[in-house]
Design a protein around this ligand. Structure first.
Ligand code: ADP
Ligand code: MG
Length: 544
């Protein structure tokens, strides 16, 4: 994966040290809009990809707005605020990042125009806040309900989030729905409850959902059993190695041993060997048949584990040990001699699967049913990473829909309905705020506009046709069928999004916009240290 791109985007005139009043506001708006515009062409299922190249020459090709904004080096504070919009959206809703950034950019663009026409930023902020509040109210009204058992609808939600990002949506969307169904008791924490594993080699269609944990490791020794039913699991932060020679538990110190003769050395080896054997005997006697270690398992320990029929897995990551601990109820122990029967975890089956060098260990039928894993198969690492990104979005939107129980129509449907009704509302408010409220409505219309534009459709005709359909009272569900250039019912068409995504979008974009509009004084410090020395990471200078 490519690192941070270190060439900063220069968005302001560096010769100006102090900018005040409307100039400052306009400058901040320009900077923020520049960032928002970078992601516009990626929006929607037909959005284009961007190629990001970092200083090391690593290339990332992505169509994901949040990834792009995470990777480009943005330096201007108000431009950073736009990046923060994407981050907040990602954190709170897990999807809709590009839309929220586009919307924020459009709000700012229109604010800039109004300021140019003599409207005070404070009035614009007030108008935008009123429009946002009204939009939430309208959105509540047009949202429809969904239950966790409504499988078809949830599959459509998952597919809507993935389309354009991942192929094989038809196979992957139901897997995401099943994954969320398995963990839906209580709060759903996609990040911790669903583990995503990579497996390069097979086809995307082979991607599997496992009710349990999958770790990217293999048995230390091929003579160990490949499959253990009724697993009794021990977890160690150390390894199974000679204690006197190896690292002490915790990795801090080593015992010093002085050896004077070959016999002495042999005795020492024998002593260590028998100590390890008795440790392994204790494990076997309390019923352990699988042991996961964070450190290594020496060859002689391996053969003794083989003898006692125990599967040994070495160099397991801490995060994986913790996941196994959660799923199986095992306690993580630092030293093998301290393992007791009550520390062991249980799983119905532990099994190694996969071709040579691509083995994975599957721990299934665990005591905690809230652990699921998706093993993503794909031809190359890049393909697998893209699929992982798409799956993350899809899992999040299904979780959002299940947790809130509400959804809205996609394809620009709900944005255009909001725009029309916000405009009606503007007329009732009057005054200069009305101008800002109308600007808010126009900015909302830019979302279907961008969808149409990125799909190569005649934007003016599409947006006009969409509006007419909504004005004619066809219902809030009509949006753009981007593949056929028609206005259709998005529920019937299967383009559906969680309420949370749209609700958060309104909030994150309006918050960021009002924050930027509030700044009317920009002070620059010296610019000279800005260029980093060769080989030195650029500093995060908050100059303004
Ligand atoms: P974001 O980062 O905002 O999620 P995406 O590139 O994922 O951006 O595009 C999401 C937008 O694409 C949403 O507005 C959604 O309604 C729309 N969309 C997804 N699938 C379709 C489709 N088949 N037809 C029309 N619009 C679609
Ligand atoms: Mg999306």
């Amino acid at each position: 994966m490519a690192g941070q791109i270190t060439q900063p985007m220069v968005l302001i005139d560096p010769s100006k040290a102090h900018v005040h009043g409307n100039d400052a506001v306009q400058m901040n708006i320009t900077a923020a809009m520049a960032v928002a515009n970078t992601v516009k062409s990626t929006f929607g299922p037909s959005g284009l990809d961007k190629m990001l190249v970092d200083v090391a020459g690593d290339v990332t090709i992505t169509n994901d707005g949040e990834t792009i904004l995470r990777k480009i080096a943005v330096e201007h504070p108000s431009a950073k605020t736009i990046v923060a919009v994407a981050n907040t959206q990602e954190k709170e809703a897990g999807d809709g990042t590009t839309a929220s950034v586009i919307f924020a950019g459009e709000l700012l663009k229109r604010a800039g125009k109004l300021i140019g026409e003599g409207v005070h930023p404070t009035t614009i902020i007030a108008g935008y806040k009123l429009a946002e509040a009204k939009s939430h109210e309208i959105l509540d009204g047009i949202a429809t309900s969904v239950t966790a058992d409504d499988r078809d609808l949830l599959c459509s939600i998952a597919a809507t989030a993935m389309v354009g990002k991942a192929v094989a949506c038809d196979t992957l969307a139901p897997l995401c729905v099943d994954a969320i169904q398995m963990i839906r008791n209580g709060t759903i924490d996609v990040f911790n409850d669903v583990m995503i594993r990579h497996s390069v080699g097979k086809r995307i269609e082979d991607t599997e959902l496992i009710h349990g944990i999958v770790i990217d490791k293999s048995r230390v020794n091929d003579a160990m059993p490949k499959r253990v039913k009724g697993a009794r699991i021990a977890l160690l932060t150390s390894g199974i190695e000679y204690r006197k020679f190896g690292k002490m538990p915790g990795g801090k110190s080593k015992d010093k041993v002085k050896i004077h003769s070959a016999d002495e050395l042999q005795n020492l080896y024998d002593g260590e060997e028998s100590a390890i054997r008795s440790d392994i005997d204790v494990l076997a006697d309390i019923g352990v048949n699988v042991v996961f270690c964070a450190q290594s398992i020496t060859e002689s320990s391996q053969s003794y584990l083989v003898k006692r029929g125990i599967i040994g897995v070495a160099r397991v990551k801490d995060a994986d040990l913790e996941a196994i601990s959660r799923a199986t109820g095992a306690t993580i122990i630092s030293n093998i001699v301290d393992v007791e029967e009550r520390d062991l975890g249980a799983a119905g089956l532990v099994e190694e699967k996969g071709a040579e060098d691509e083995e994975l260990i599957y721990i299934t039928d665990c005591t905690d049913p809230k652990t699921v894993s998706l093993v993503v198969h794909g031809g190359t690492e890049h393909v697998v990473e893209v699929i992982e990104g798409a799956l993350n979005d899809a899992l999040r939107v299904v979780a959002d829909a299940v947790m809130d129980g509400t959804v809205v129509a996609g394809g620009g449907a709900c944005e255009i309905e909001l725009a029309l009704r916000v405009r009606d509302y503007a007329a009732t408010v009057g005054g200069k705020e009305q101008l800002a409220i109308n600007a808010f409505a126009e900015a909302l219309e830019e979302i279907p506009h961008a969808l149409a534009e990125n799909s190569g459709l005649d934007t003016t005709n599409m947006v006009t046709a969409l509006k007419s359909k909504h004005i004619a009272g066809a219902g809030a569900a009509f949006g753009i069928d981007i593949y056929n250039g028609e206005i259709v019912d998005m529920y019937a068409h299967g383009v559906i999004e969680p309420f949370r995504v749209k609700n958060q979008l309104l909030k994150s974009a309006t918050d960021a916009t009002t924050m930027i509009l509030r700044v009317d004084d920009v002070l620059a410090s010296e610019r000279k240290e800005l260029t980093p020395a060769p080989g030195q990471a650029p500093h995060d200078y908050d100059r303004f």
